[in-house]
Design a binder for this molecule. Structure first.
Ligand code: ARG
Length: 530
């Protein structure tokens, strides 16, 4: 495994420079394979050692490099050590490289790529709460929610595979003034039958119609206000209708997330924290942090000089709470309930300011753990449309992806008879959506293009799945072959060496993905692997 070699080199350095082995791990990188086979396998950056204070940062760096290289002696594992440009190059014994990297296969074990190595110890943080997806009841599930869903799931999977206890939470938009309009609208033109049959669609239609009508109907506006007030006062009829909306929505979403291979441990939502939000307001008041603005709203001053140049509103003039107030309450109650060591929120960049303010307020209130809360934001995806128009629901995206993929598969002459082509098409299409989304940096948005995403050739999820399927079939066909006959020294021709060299980078790639929570490192590693 890659970490075996990294460790060996680090041990050598530790002995020579009288430092702890761990200190060298981050400065050691596996040399990436570009067009031609690199001459070395690992590279040690002297610049990094200087920055980390392991080597004196004065004097000629090249001289320092050459001196150190001369002091390090090759052995049976590290065959060759040479000085490069402010870096030292290490070449591993080829046969041992193959043997160690492929060792788990020989033993029929899962390839863990050294996840248990010390390289990852520092990444274990205990309990991580990842909040992602978080759609709003009766509103559109837009491309941003889809991105949050797959990115959040990636982060949760990554954290889990690195040994953390992970809580996956969906925080539904299930509270706020709009539920007044939805409730009053439903009482006027809703239909229970339709709600049961075509839930999300019907709720959405009712909401759109209610919005439209409320523009010129004072009666409906009043009814909406009344309904929301009844909700806030926990009146049973209103609550029971609202509960039905919520239950049906969660059921539908669960079904959709299953198609994506995603699950949540907790379906929380804004509604859970409406009462606590009022307590937060009282707490802020007693801490002297809540001010009343000229408009009569309750605000908190976040400006560095306390001159009210940067304020955040927490309370409307009628005493009702806002999105951010509920988020403050939610964060505090999550900390109490789950005792998380870190919490990650995943939404698009438009909520950056919201989360900045949230963390600042939590800190001001004396919650030092807010320093371990993080907002992972991503850019917008434009133009995700289905044949019939705009994407409204997650189901639309999944159906469209599946239908298009099925169509492509039927056009292709190479596709073998499949047991369940619809299922295969869906799985491949979903991988394609994910890979396409993960290729670039999260911060940059992109223009969505079905044809490019579902292409069978090139750097796409379709090809990645195809390669995976071929490898699986190769394994199936060779099942039962005596693994004791595996001779790694046979893997010495150029292609095998290139693959082995690339595999050396895996633990580093995971490390990087963990540091910046960017899936691109992993996806590009996989795309290069085939
Ligand atoms: N429901 C929100 C939206 O669709 C996202 C919620 C994000 N999470 C949070 N804790 N505020 O915009």
């Amino acid at each position: 495994m890659a970490c075996f070699f990294r460790r060996k080199i680090a041990a050598k350095l530790a002995e020579t420079l009288q430092h702890s082995e761990d200190a060298f791990i981050p400065a050691l990188t596996a040399v990436p394979v570009f067009k031609k086979q690199p001459t070395a396998d690992f590279k040690l950056s002297l610049g990094t050692l200087r920055i980390d204070g392991i080597l004196p940062s004065s004097g000629d760096i090249q001289l320092q490099t050459e001196n150190l290289a001369a002091q390090l002696k090759p052995d049976s594992v590290v065959e060759d050590i040479s000085a490069g440009d402010a870096s030292i190059h290490f070449k591993i014994n080829r046969s041992l490289l193959a043997e160690k990297l492929l060792e788990p296969f020989g033993k029929g074990e899962h390839y863990e790529f050294g996840l248990n190595s010390k390289l990852f110890d520092s990444l274990k943080r205990g309990t991580t709460l990842v909040e992602f997806s978080s759609p709003n009841i009766a509103k559109r599930f837009h491309a941003g929610h889809l991105r949050s869903t797959i990115i959040g799931n990636f982060i949760a999977n990554l954290k889990q595979s690195l040994g953390n206890n992970v809580i996956r939470m969906n925080y539904l938009g299930d509270w706020g003034m709009q539920f007044g309009l939805l409730g009053a609208g439903f009482n006027k033109f809703g239909c229970m039958e339709k709600l049961k049959r075509n839930s999300l669609q019907h709720l959405f239609e009712v909401y759109v119609q209610a919005n439209k009508e409320a523009e010129h109907s004072e009666d409906l506006k009043q009814a909406a206000k009344d309904f929301f007030r009844q909700l806030e006062q926990h009146e049973s009829q209103a609550v029971s209708l609202w509960q039905q909306f919520r239950d049906i929505t969660v059921k539908e979403y669960k079904h959709m997330y299953k198609r994506l291979g995603i699950h949540f441990d907790v379906y929380s939502g804004e509604s859970f924290h409406q009462d606590q939000a009022q307590e937060v307001v009282q707490e802020l008041q007693s801490q002297g942090l809540l001010k009343t603005s000229e408009k009569g709203t309750g605000v908190i001053d976040l400006s560095p000089n306390g001159d009210m140049s940067n304020i955040c509103t927490l309370l409307r003039s009628d005493g009702t709470t806002l999105y951010i107030t509920r988020d403050i309450a939610a964060a505090i109650s999550r900390k109490e309930e789950y005792c998380f060591d870190e919490m990650i929120y995943v939404t698009d960049t438009s909520q950056e300011n919201h989360f900045n303010q949230l963390f600042q307020i939590l800190l001001k209130m004396g919650n030092s753990w807010a320093g371990r809360c993080r907002h992972v934001s991503f850019g917008l995806v434009q133009g995700m449309r289905t044949r019939t128009g705009k994407v409204v629901f997650l189901e639309d995206v999944l159906d469209e992806a599946q239908a298009r993929m099925l169509h492509n598969m039927n056009q292709s002459h190479t596709t073998k008879e499949l047991e369940n082509p619809e299922d295969t098409a869906e799985k491949v299409a979903i991988s394609a959506l994910i890979v396409q989304d993960f290729k670039g940096p999260l911060q940059s948005g992109y223009k969505f293009d079905w044809a490019r995403t579902l292409q069978a050739q090139g750097d796409t999820g379709v090809f990645l799945q195809y390669t995976h399927a071929r490898l699986c079939s190769l394994m199936r066909r060779n099942e039962g072959v005596e693994t004791a006959t595996f001779n790694p020294s046979c893997l010495c021709e150029q292609t095998s060496r290139t693959i082995l060299q690339h595999l050396l980078r895996y633990d580093e790639v995971l490390y990087k993905s963990h540091q910046d929570l960017e899936p691109k490192h992993l996806v590009n590693f996989l795309l290069k692997l085939w």
